[in-house]
Design a protein around this ligand. Structure first.
Ligand code: NDP
Length: 328
């Protein structure tokens, strides 16, 4: 029998946590044959609700779920963690400036990075979901100098999945016929969903669409502002789709991308495509044997270049702001 994989989830009592934990426990995160132990991390006020979720998890009698522990101390929550999903974050509230938001999140992600550095397992893989995800991931990564930087990633898979779905609807294709789509940059309204290298049933997606106005005026803003549209419709932010994307991100990272396809992940830049080294930016990546690699050699055209640059510029500004705050 396999040793259970320790999965730490922060913000476990939140909306996304509620949609995420049951799927981890039922084998969707790592595989149908991989036992897991859950370590739920919450702030003290969230512990009681997390206990309620844990009771429901017990009541599912998931064969793969080998234990649930609940913590309000990151040093304990990340002990022995093989996978960490950092979901809990300080949301932007009315009247809050970006600096305040970054400072509040620095207060969360810095100690969590330090706790990961000190207590996580050697093979730790981290996914940051809580916003601003890329910069929160950067803060955690910079606070964990003994962990290889590439183990810290930020989620742009929801943007990727949203783009797949919009492109499928526009062209009448099925999502599984679409390959090689890319989200570049920040998980924010500046992100750039790129279809110029994508293929739909083997044909170039931009040629199939053949409508640059649709790309610029409909596709890109629809993908980038989808979160706000969901809040408007549902009266609450997206949760199940965000949880689904977190599952997809880790599953692909661990189990690999399909031959001939790639995915999008926010990862520390190695300088590729003009993205300053060290920034956590979304790139096209292939995954194999638990490791990812940036897809190299793509031609970035005149439509794409300024859009990638604008999103990367926002990441530079966020990095500079957290540097000024002494968080990195
Ligand atoms: P959610 O579970 O809905 O969201 C959690 C985080 O995910 C937010 O930062 C949210 O960003 C982000 N997010 C990223 N992508 C998406 C997306 N596509 N749709 C929606 N959200 C997205 O928040 P809740 O308020 O329900 O729960 C948060 C929980 O975290 C609470 O239980 C709280 O106690 C806990 N918490 C735990 C901490 C810890 O463990 N140390 C620290 C802080 C909070 P955005 O705000 O931009 O929507």
């Amino acid at each position: 029998t396999r040793t259970p994989v320790n999965v730490t989830v922060t913000g476990a009592a939140g909306q996304i946590g509620y949609a995420l934990l049951f799927r981890i426990a039922s084998g969707h995160l790592l595989g149908a044959d991989v036992p897991v132990k859950l370590r739920l991390l919450e702030i003290p006020q969230g512990v009681k609700a997390a206990e309620g979720t844990a009771m429901e998890l017990d009541d599912c009698a998931f064969p793969l779920l080998k234990g649930i522990d609940i913590f309000d101390d990151p040093n304990k929550g990340f002990e022995g963690a093989n996978v960490a999903l950092l979901v809990g974050a300080r949301p932007r509230t009315k009247g809050m400036e970006r600096g305040d938001l970054l400072a509040a999140n620095g207060g969360i992600f810095k100690p969590q990075g330090q706790a990961i550095n000190a207590h996580a397992a050697d093979d730790i893989k981290v996914l940051v979901v809580g916003n601003p995800a890329n910069t929160n991931a950067l803060i955690a990564q910079q606070s964990a100098p003994d962990v290889p930087a590439e183990r810290f990633t930020a989620m742009t898979r929801l943007d990727h999945n949203r783009a797949l779905s919009q492109l499928a609807a526009k062209t009448g294709a099925s999502v599984e016929d679409i390959k090689r789509l890319t989200i570049w940059g920040n998980h924010s309204a500046t992100q750039y969903p790129d279809i110029f290298h994508a293929e739909i049933a083997g044909k170039n997606a931009a040629e199939v669409v053949a409508d640059e106005a649709w790309l610029a005026d409909t596709f890109i803003p629809t993908v980038a502002k989808r979160g706000a549209a969901i809040i408007e419709a549902r009266g609450a932010s997206s949760a199940a789709s965000a949880a689904n994307a977190a599952i997809d991100h880790v599953h692909t990272w661990v189990n690999g991308t399909a031959e001939g396809d790639w995915t999008s992940m926010g990862i520390p830049s190695d300088g590729s495509y003009g993205v300053p080294e060290g920034l956590i930016s979304s790139f096209p990546v292939t995954c194999k044997d638990g490791k990812y690699e940036i897809v190299q050699g793509l031609d970035v055209n005149a439509f794409s270049r300024p859009r990638i640059d604008a999103s990367v510029q926002e990441l530079v500004e966020e990095r500079d702001a957290v540097r000024e705050l002494g968080l990195i």
